[in-house]
Structures are given as structure tokens and as C-alpha cells.
Design a protein around this ligand. Structure first.
Ligand SMILES: [Zn+2]
Length: 170
């Protein structure tokens, strides 16, 4: 296993659409294992392949309860087929440094995906789990949570980020 580098905004790879996974081989399992390790190292509770510069539809999501041993699931080619209710809560992203903002998401979603062997699965996710999956599936479409906040908030963040990046270079 290996820890991969997480790409951060405004890296253009985060704006690209990930392609469907068609080969369910050892390489895919290795990639998902690396993503899990990278996510926990960061630390985070979800990671999409775009974030490590791989344009494939793979997300990993932490499913452990607080205090439990860390456990994650890999969702291959995930699709949110239904959504209901809405909840606004704070969100952050390993690719959007030093920023959180409230984002509105479905409270409950229906997800179809495949596992690492290509076996189809379908399940209902709610609350925190539903939020993380919606956030990660957005990544696969080249979308970030800052696209879902007001234009004013977004431009303030971009200005602050620019200053931070300039300060780093000096
Ligand atoms: Zn993210």
C-alpha cells in the first residue's frame, strides 16, 4: 500500500470527469487500498480518485463509528439514483484547503454501485453517510462543494486562497 498525493484546488484534474471502471483486477484493488490509506492519513472520511489524480469512478468512504477500528468501503461507478429530504450542514474537503462552509444535501439517498469484483450493489444511505457519498460522487463529475455555495462566499475563498498560496511562495 502507498500513500498518494492529494491534489488541491485549483488543480485542473479536480475539474475533469472520471471514466467508468471496466476492469476489476488487482490494480483496481491496489488503487482502492491506497485511497483508503491516503484518506485516513490525511485524515478524512471520504476520497474520490480524481483527488489523487486518477480519472476513474472510484470513491472510498469511511464507515466506522466513532471510537471503532477504521473501516472503509469502496464504491466503483457509484450513481445516486434517488434523493429525498434536505439537510444543510458544514462541509470541508481534503482538496479545498483550510475552508469549510454549509452545504445543502439530500438527507437520504439511494446508491447503486459495484464492488471491487464488479458485483452490483444497491443501498440506502442517510445523514452523514449520505452527505459523504454525495460529496464524493460530485468529485467524479468534476464538481467541488464550493460550487454549491454562494458566489460571494466562493469568491472570498478564492481571494484568501490566492493570498495563502502567494505567502507560501515568498
Ligand atoms: Zn472532497
Amino acid at each position: 500500500m502507498a500513500i498518494r498525493t492529494i491534489h488541491t484546488f485549483p488543480d485542473p484534474v479536480l475539474r475533469q470527469k472520471a471514466k467508468k471502471v471496466t476492469r476489476f483486477d488487482d490494480e483496481l484493488k491496489q488503487l482502492a487500498a491506497d485511497m483508503g490509506e491516503t484518506m485516513y492519513e490525511a485524515p478524512g472520511i471520504g476520497l474520490a480518485a480524481n483527488q489523487i489524480g486518477v480519472l476513474l469512478q472510484i470513491v472510498v468512504v469511511d464507515v466506522s463509528m466513532p471510537g471503532d477500528r477504521k473501516k472503509f468501503i469502496s464504491l466503483i461507478n457509484p450513481v445516486i439514483s434517488e434523493g429525498e429530504g434536505s439537510v444543510t450542514d458544514d462541509e470541508g474537503c481534503l482538496s479545498v484547503i483550510d475552508y469549510t462552509s454549509s452545504v445543502k444535501r439530500f438527507k437520504k439517498i439511494k446508491v447503486s454501485a459495484q464492488d471491487l469484483d464488479g458485483k452490483p450493489m444497491e443501498f440506502i444511505a442517510e445523514d452523514r453517510f449520505a452527505r459523504v457519498i454525495q460529496h464524493e460522487v460530485d468529485h467524479l463529475h468534476g464538481k467541488l462543494f464550493i460550487d454549491r455555495i454562494s458566489a460571494l462566499k466562493r469568491s472570498l475563498y478564492k481571494k484568501r486562497l490566492k493570498k495563502m498560496l502567494q505567502a507560501e511562495q515568498e
